[in-house]
Design a protein around this ligand. Structure first.
Ligand code: SF4
Length: 103
């Protein structure tokens, strides 16, 4: 089974003791990037098509979502409906959505 990362947005806020050594903050710090700033990222990845019009990501692939953010982070509220629509359009994929946010 293939697993691909899908990061529709990037950046996160520390919200628990488990965030103390967050790898996102660690990696961003190497590039002087502020991890507190939430930005849209590779949003359309699941819908990308090849020249023949087929989805680049094949059916039954697992997409691990938001490994450089959190799918339920408040700053992404306005983008999440669009993300759910993409997920509905690719019902042939599995989406893994871990979160530390309890809304
Ligand atoms: S929720 Fe995850 S990505 Fe966000 S700060 Fe905590 S450890 Fe990092």
């Amino acid at each position: 089974m293939i697993t691909i990362m899908w990061n529709p947005w990037h950046g996160c806020r520390k919200c628990s003791p488990g965030c103390l050594n967050c790898y996102v903050y660690y990696l961003d710090s190497k590039y002087n990037k502020d991890s507190n700033i939430i930005t849209k990222s590779a949003f359309q990845l699941p819908l990308k098509k090849d020249r023949q019009g087929n989805f680049k990501i094949p059916s039954n692939t697992t997409l691990a979502t938001c490994f450089t953010s959190d799918f339920l982070i408040e700053e992404a509220d306005e983008w999440r409906t669009e993300a759910w629509n993409i997920i509905k359009q690719r019902s042939d994929l599995q989406f893994l959505i871990p979160t530390k946010k309890n809304t």
